[in-house]
Design a protein around this ligand. Structure first.
Ligand code: GUN
Length: 288
């Protein structure tokens, strides 16, 4: 059986259109959502991500502002900028691109950020809300993953979901979202024993490890939904995921490609979170 492709590029376009409808409504009320992205240093991958975020804002009518700071920027200087953004009513979302240079403490930066503008959904307050099942800003990649699974027509309830990776950005929050949707979850990581056997029990497999093609075809249950969050280079320098796509596609029912799977969904959900934050900050009902 050849898997069907879960096309994140097409689905993210749909999400962007949904976002644009809401941005247009807000602009009709005289409100323009604003997203400020802060990039410290010159990591080439981060520079590409940040540029893509700026372009995506423009296309849906969000006021996207990028703050590019040199790699020598001190922690105090960064905290000072965050303080200014917190005091600016036109700023609805703030995102500090990770990774930060080693001399800047991520937790201090987090503590200086306003949870109401945390469009990444990484701050403890928003992660706590997610854990408690309350409304808040949900991390973008995990939210996009749930939308992709829903798009496949697979019912999540009662399914066995195996998540490989326990990061704050993906593994932990996507586990919570899947549990909220009544899946039975298993979270695996670098110290997990019998990883292949656990993976092969998954109806829904989420790979978020950051190792090229680590998940092999025989780790996949026949008919599974496979979500590949990886963004790696293979031995020939070609972009690839954490899953060996060609092998896995022979067994899965649905699989996300890399590129064109999870990646585009992350940006679309960032735009969506910016609109959610904008409405919540201004006392308007949530559009989504
Ligand atoms: N670096 C890699 N992914 C992300 C992300 O989703 N948000 C931020 N802020 N930085 C990242």
């Amino acid at each position: 059986m050849a898997a069907q492709i879960l096309d994140g590029k097409a689905l993210s376009q749909q999400v962007r259109e949904e976002v644009k409808v809401e941005v247009d409504k807000l602009r009709g009320l005289g409100v323009r959502p604003g997203l400020h992205v802060v990039l410290v240093g010159d990591d080439p991958a981060s520079a590409i991500y940040v540029r893509n975020k700026g372009r995506a804002c423009e296309k849906v009518g969000i006021n996207g502002v990028t703050h590019r700071l040199p790699k020598e920027t001190t922690e105090e200087e960064l905290l000072d900028l965050l303080g200014k953004l917190n005091a600016d009513d036109e700023v609805d979302g703030v995102l500090v691109q990770l990774p930060l240079p080693g001399h800047i403490s991520e937790s201090r930066v987090n503590d200086a950020m306003d949870p109401a503008r945390d469009v990444d959904g990484f701050l403890p307050v928003n992660l706590g809300r997610l854990l408690a099942g309350r409304e808040g800003l949900v991390p973008c990649t995990p939210a996009g993953i749930i939308r992709l699974i829903d798009q496949s027509g697979t019912a999540i309830e009662g399914k066995r979901a195996v998540i490989i990776g326990r990061s704050i950005i993906v593994g932990k929050p996507v586990s919570l979202l899947l549990m909220q949707r009544h899946a039975t979850i298993t979270v695996c990581h670098s110290r997990t024993r019998e990883l292949a056997r656990l993976a092969s029990e998954a109806d829904i497999l989420v790979a978020a490890i950051g190792r090229a093609k680590m998940v092999k075809g025989d780790w996949i249950k026949e008919g599974a939904v496979v979500i590949d969050v990886g963004m790696n280079r293979d031995e020939n320098g070609k972009l690839c995921g954490d899953v060996d796509f060609d092998e896995a596609a022979g067994r899965a029912a649905w699989i996300t490609p890399v590129p064109g799977g999870v990646g585009p969904m992350t940006i679309a959900y960032l735009l969506r979170n910016t609109v959610i934050a904008c409405c919540a900050r201004r006392g308007l009902p949530s559009p989504f």
